[in-house]
Design a protein around this ligand. Structure first.
Ligand code: MN
Length: 309
């Protein structure tokens, strides 16, 4: 989405993290493959981006990893996220706009901590998600790490998660906005309030309209030079995006989701991206992965009526 002074596009790097350890196996480990099959690289190419695909992170399958850990799959998720953080930092250092393909949302502990480490300024986060992912191992009703990444990034929770990439918080809670929220656990609500994370729920989107909410969120982060967009496909309504890890009714419509991306594109605020929780097993003919690619294209500058060359 960044246009250089000479009108050329910032080159894009793609990296897949086929991880489904943040919960039990559901099928989101196939997300990177489904999104690539839906022609992510070609559609970015059509927009004028030079794209390099770095393949996938090495991720063990749930059937062969130790299951007796106190926090489910903590050790292996930490290892994978450390490797992802290193790759993320390298992509930023090479001047690329990184796009990470999940995998469950726990991959974001690696992606965000990696980009935050590589940028030497504060990095903000837009968490576009039906869930807050702000549990800790102590508050979580399920114990699944995919419900904890945003808390870990903001310095809360298990030290093995918080200290991925660099020790301590990778982002400040006041530099985070959540959009699309509609499912929060009891204790998680308290944690969000204590931390002071700004949340724009579906209620606000219904009441004020998605455009006003997104503009407000962008304004909340306008003090930052770097903003990572962590896009969980479950922010979109399951009628439109059935192939997700944890569907929740009452999400963004097809047009609302596009408008979110179009407005973020206009702002020029976003400098890196996750696309997570695509689950081909629950999907219909790869439609959710295709939607993901369409929405990435909107974020990266595709317009209904493009300007003439
Ligand atoms: Mn999520």
């Amino acid at each position: 989405m960044s246009e250089g002074v000479d009108g050329t596009r910032q080159p894009v790097g793609i990296f897949g993290v086929p991880m489904d350890l943040g919960q039990g196996r559901r099928g989101v480990d196939m997300g990177p493959s489904a999104i690539r099959y839906a022609r992510l690289e070609a559609s970015l190419g059509d927009l004028g981006y030079n794209v390099t695909d770095f393949g996938n992170a090495a991720v063990p399958i749930p059937e062969i990893v130790e299951k007796k850990e106190e926090v489910r799959h903590l050790g292996v998720i930490r290892q994978v996220c450390e490797a992802v953080a290193e790759r993320a930092a390298a992509m930023v250092s090479e001047g690329l706009f990184p796009i990470f393909l999940g995998g469950d949302h726990s991959v974001a502990i690696g992606t965000v901590s990696g980009v935050a480490e590589a940028f030497d300024t504060r990095t903000g986060v837009i968490w576009l998600d039906a869930h807050a992912d702000f549990n800790t191992h102590e508050s979580s009703p399920s114990g699944n790490i995919h419900g904890m990444p945003l808390a870990a990034l903001a310095g809360r929770g298990h030290p093995d998660l918080v200290n991925i990439g660099r020790s301590g918080a990778s982002v400040r809670a006041e530099d985070v906005v959540i959009i699309g929220l509609r499912s929060v656990d009891q204790q998680e609500r308290e944690l969000l309030r204590e931390a002071g994370v700004r949340s724009y729920t579906m209620k606000e989107i219904d009441a004020y309209g998605v455009a006003q909410v997104v503009r407000r969120a962008i304004k909340d982060l306008s003090h930052l030079d770097r903003v990572h967009l962590s896009f969980d496909l479950d922010s979109v309504d399951p009628d439109v995006a059935p192939g997700v890890g944890t569907p929740v009714r009452g999400g963004l419509t097809y047009r609302e989701a596009h408008l979110v991306m179009e407005l973020i594109n206009e702002s020029g605020i976003v400098t890196s991206l996750d696309v997570v929780e695509v689950n081909p097993i629950l999907d219909e003919r790869n439609g959710t992965a295709e939607l993901a690619v369409e929405l990435v294209a909107s974020l990266m500058g595709r317009q209904i009526i493009g300007l003439p060359d």
